[in-house]
Design a protein around this ligand. Sequence first.
Ligand code: FAD
Length: 386
Amino acid sequence: MLGAGYAGLTVAQEVARRSRGRIPITLVDRNPVHVLRTELYEVGRLAEAGDRADRFVVPLATVFDRTPVRLQQGNVQEIDLEQRRVRLDTDVLSFRSLAIALGNVAAYYGVPGAADHTHQVYRLSGAKRLAADLVATERASGTLPGERRPRVVVVGGGSTGTEVATEIATTDWRAVAGPDARPPAVFLVTGSLPFLAGFAPPLIDRARRVLARGGVTIVPGVNVARVEPKLVHLEDGTVFAADILVWCAGLEAPPVVQSLPVVHGRAGRIAVDATLEVAGHPGVFAIGDVAQHTDPATGAPVPATAQAALAEARVASQNLVARWFDRPLVPFRYAERGSVVALGVGQAAGSLRRFPIWGSPAALLKRIVQRDYARAVERGERPSLL
Ligand SMILES: Cc1cc2nc3c(=O)[nH]c(=O)nc-3n(C[C@H](O)[C@H](O)[C@H](O)COP(=O)(O)OP(=O)(O)OC[C@H]3O[C@@H](n4cnc5c(N)ncnc54)[C@H](O)[C@@H]3O)c2cc1C
C-alpha cells in the first residue's frame, strides 16, 4: 500500500482484516504518522497548539500495533507497473498487488511565483508554517502605522479556501498572539471559477452572508497572473498587497503518479475502472485523491474527499483480496452522506443526506465526525460516521 492517508490506511486495515493475515501487507509512507488532513484549515487552532500539533496526527505505530501490517517509512520515487517494483529513497520493494493512495499536491497552474511566495494547507508542514507566520504577523500588528490591520489574501474560492479564509478572519488573535494583535483583513480571491462551485445555491448564499459578517471580502471573477513576495497580481491588472498569501486554488496528482504510463483523468489523476483497478494492470488499484472514478449514475467524477477515499478503500480492499484469491471483483458505487464546509470558528454550512444544515449545529456535526474518525483510527477501528 502506497500512502498512509485516509485511503491507504483504510485499505491496509481492511485487507488485513479480510485476508486474516494470509496476504502480507507493507504500508509505505514518508511520514511515521497519519495526518488528519481534513482538519488542516484550522490554522487558528494550529497557531494555539504551537509545536504541540499532536492533535492533528495519529502515529502509524499506534494504529497498526498488534496487526500483521508492516510499516515502512520512505519516499516513493518510482512505480514500475511492468516489473511490479516500487523504488523508495530507502529501498526497492516488489509487489504482487498494489494500492496506490498517494493523495495529491498543490497545483500552481504555471502561475509565476505562486509556489515560492504563498503558503498552503494541503500538508501539515505547510499548515504549521502558515500558523507560525500568522502568529508572528499578528504579534507585530500592534506596531503597524495608524489603524492598519494585517492583510491576508487567500487564493481559491472552493471549500478549502473558504474554510481557511473564514478561520483566519474569526480566530481570536488577541488570545493567541497577545493583547495588541489587530484582527486581520482577509480577502478571498476566487479566480474565474464561481465561489464554492458545485455546492448547492442555498449553501453558497449562506456562506456569502457568513463571510461578509466575518469580515472576509470576496474578490470574484479574475485569475491570479503572478505572485511576488507579499504581492498578488490579478489578470485584470489589479495588485493586492498582503502580509500573508495562502494558495488554496487546486490540487493535482503527485509527479510520481503523473509520470505513470496509464490512463490519466483530470489533474493527472489515475483513471480507474468500475472496480477501482488500473486498466491493464490486474491487482493494481488506485484510490482516494490520486484516482479518478467516474460515477456511472451521474457521469461525474467521484469527489476528491476523505469521505470518498474511505468508501473507495473499502471496495478496493475487497477487490484486492478477491484478485489475490482469484475471485470475482465488485463495482464501486458512491453515495455521499453529506458535506459540511466550515465558515469560521463555530460556524459551518452544508447538507446531511440532502437536508440543509448550518450554523453551530453544522459546526458541531463536523467536529463530531472529525473526532469520531480520529478516535476510531487511534483504536484501529472502523469510523462509523465517515
Ligand atoms: C484543508 C482541507 C480540508 C478538507 N476537508 C475535508 C472534509 O471536511 N471532508 C472530506 O471528506 N474531505 C476533506 N478534505 C479532503 C481530504 O483531506 C482528502 O480527500 C483526503 O485526504 C484524501 O485521502 P488520500 O488518502 O487520497 O490522500 P492523503 O490523505 O493526502 O494521503 C496521502 C498519503 O500519501 C503520502 N505520500 C504522498 N506522496 C508520497 C510519496 N512520494 N512517498 C511516500 N508517501 C507519500 C502522504 O504522506 C499521505 O500520508 C480536506 C482537505 C483539505 C486539504
